[in-house]
Design a protein around this ligand. Structure first.
Ligand code: AGP
Length: 611
């Protein structure tokens, strides 16, 4: 996600735009830019890096009372000067800033190039400026913007200024938030209220499919049919910090609750290929290696921490649905193995930050040995993304909390899509890939259902708040989730927890169990359900307390577990996207109830760039 700020009023725009960008920098910070209108002329400054780099570039005397600004989280096109917003029309008389993902930008760009438009960037956003330039030839700025956004598929929050109508800002929204602060003879537009609260506590929220025409003393909001809408002015009582967290107490909780949207972002424009097209679909970032992927005989996944656990789930899927022998190796260990690699081996690096030193070193090792190196990365243009030959960006947006939550489920979503690509190249039927993709599209709604149980989960935490140890248990696809759940509770609440395959318990760990050493079982009604029940009986027989994650409607489990958290049913291979959510919430509430800093746990860094 990116940050948008706009200003129109009686004051100098630049200080307000810069202050707003600083407040929105948590939304994206690989580059920034702004454009200001003064005496009918537009001046624009852009800079790669933090907002402070942009500030250094701006001449002090940049006057003007109307402007738009943007801080970027790259999704299409790496962080670079040319990819910074604002983007311009050919004549540079229309400047736009955009937040969102335009799925059909490639075809729109080709159509516009045929009409003679020249593009400067690799971004999807730039097409908006050229579309408006096309339409404004015979229309007002607002009408041109309406016609332009109607051609967009995907999401947008967009702000537009133009020399042709230099006393206006036009803003439009579909899927990416935009809010208008109503000041005294001024308006401040932003992606969220953290850029506004300093100037006014009165705001108007734009809704999807709405467009606002804003001048110094007037604000008109319509829908795309040009019908006036009267959105109420809301009174804000948020501090700046609270608004950056979207009203949540911590970034971690905000990011846990963002997962329906972040999973939708990871799937947007991608799952359709496996539902509608009967030929062998692929993903944009893998197109260049499609032929090589067919020849792959072995996969090695290298990653660390939570990303390593995502890889373990990938291992099960690649073997079960694509029939490719797969290993998962801690990146920090991979470097010391004498792995047998060649051009028929694909080495996949999974990393949220794309900067983890151990994973980067392992990728370089794999490249030296001639393997095909691929990446499943969140940060666009990061070092690991640039070191690998091809890959897919998980598009989960910036993850501020040190504990990885939404990045993890976006990694899983991407691994599932890769499984469909690899499977369809081999023996997976179109019907199977369609079934999986259709169920995958339902996952965000199922995640929303679990998030509604947060109070119930909080109650369970209260009951176990004095616990010093936990055993997390799961089988097959949920064994890595047991590991991930144990890591989450360790790193957030400092409670000692171990994840184990359920079947492994009787080979030692069960010796730990007593009334003060509870076990959490992930026991959905899947192909290994009965096996899990017997594991629960072994714990119960020894007086151990049990928390069970069970499938909705499972009555049997009540006789075995002391506490049950029900999760919606889904395909076995998709269960991890569901079962991890309660474990994230458990870890979060344990940390909060113990009065710990859940966003910045002790001793941890968001990106471990040291070996
Ligand atoms: C996860 O909650 C941890 N913060 C940590 O294990 C993290 O997953 C690991 O350091 C890997 O980071 P990466 O995904 O950025 O490479």
């Amino acid at each position: 996600m990116c940050g948008i700020v706009g200003y129109i009023g009686k004051r100098k725009a630049v200080p307000i735009l810069i202050e707003g960008l600083n407040r929105l920098e948590y939304r994206g910070y690989d580059s920034a830019g702004l454009s200001v209108i003064n005496k009918g002329k537009i001046k624009s400054f852009k800079s790669v890096g933090r907002v402070s780099e942009l500030e250094k570039k701006i001449k002090d005397n940049l006057l003007g009372q109307i402007g738009i600004a943007h801080t970027r989280w790259a999704t299409h096109g790496k962080p670079s000067q040319k990819n910074c917003h604002p983007h311009y029309s050919c004549e540079k008389d229309i400047h736009i800033v955009h937040n969102g993902i335009i799925e059909n930008y490639d075809e729109l760009k080709k159509q516009l190039i045929k009409k003679g438009h020249q593009f400067k960037s690799d971004t999807d956003s730039e097409v908006i400026a050229h579309l408006i330039e096309e339409f404004i030839k015979k229309a007002t700025l607002k009408t041109a913007v309406v016609k332009a956004v109607k051609m967009l598929q995907g999401t947008y929050g967009v702000a537009v200024i133009s020399k042709k109508e230099p006393h206006k800002i036009i803003v439009a929204r579909n899927g990416s938030p935009l809010v208008i602060g109503v000041g005294k003879e001024e308006f401040i537009i932003a992606s969220d209220v953290s850029a506004i609260v300093r100037y006014t506590d009165e705001v108007i929220y734009l809704n999807d499919g709405e467009i606002a025409e804003i001048s110094e003393d007037n604000l008109e909001i319509t829908n795309l049919k040009r019908e006036i809408v009267n959105n109420p002015i809301k009174k804000l009582d948020w501090t700046i910090e609270k608004s950056q967290k979207g009203g949540f107490d911590h970034f971690m909780l905000k990011e846990i609750f963002e997962q329906p949207e972040s999973i939708r972002n990871a799937l947007r424009g991608r799952t359709e290929k496996f539902i509608s097209e009967d030929f062998l679909p692929t993903l944009g970032g893998l197109e260049s290696v499609t032929k090589k992927l067919r020849k792959i005989k072995k996969i090695i996944i290298i990653s660390c921490g939570t990303s390593y656990y995502a890889g373990l789930i990938g291992e099960y899927m690649f073997e079960e649905y694509a029939g490719i022998p797969t290993e998962v190796e801690y990146a920090s260990e991979f470097r010391y193995r004498k792995s047998v690699l060649d051009e028929t081996t694909a080495v996949i690096a999974i990393s949220q930050s794309g900067e983890t030193a151990d994973t980067l070193a392992a990728v370089r090792e794999a490249k030296n040995k001639g393997a095909l190196t691929l990446g499943i990365i969140n940060v666009v243009g990061s070092t690991i993304a640039r070191q690998t030959e091809a890959g897919t960006y998980t598009l989960s947006g910036p993850e501020i909390g040190v504990a990885s939550t939404k990045a993890f489920t976006s990694q899983l979503s991407t691994l599932i899509l890769w499984t469909l690509v690899l499977g369809r190249q081999r023996n997976m039927s179109f019907a199977m890939s369609k079934k999986i993709a259709q169920e995958l599209n339902k996952i965000p709604t199922k995640v929303e259902k679990i998030l509604k149980k947060s109070r119930e989960i909080k109650k369970i935490v209260k009951k176990y708040i004095t616990v010093k140890d936990f055993l997390y248990l799961g089988r097959k696809y949920n064994f890595p989730i047991a590991l991930e759940g144990a890591l989450k509770i360790k790193e957030i609440s400092y409670i000692h927890a171990e994840g184990y395959p359920t079947g492994e318990m009787k080979h030692g760990p069960i010796a730990l169990i007593d009334k003060d050493f509870p076990a959490l079982f992930i026991v959905p009604q899947d192909s290994i359900y009965e096996k899990n029940l017997s594991g629960m009986q072994e714990i119960k027989a020894r007086g151990g307390k049990i928390i069970a994650l069970a499938t909705e409607g499972d009555k049997k489990i009540i006789n075995l577990a002391d506490d049950v958290i029900y999760i919606p049913k889904t395909l076995e291979m998709l269960t991890p996207l569901i079962s991890v959510i309660p474990l994230q919430l458990l870890a979060y509430y344990f940390g909060v109830m113990k009065g710990l800093d859940v966003d910045k746990p002790r001793n941890l860094a968001k990106s471990v760039t040291v070996e």
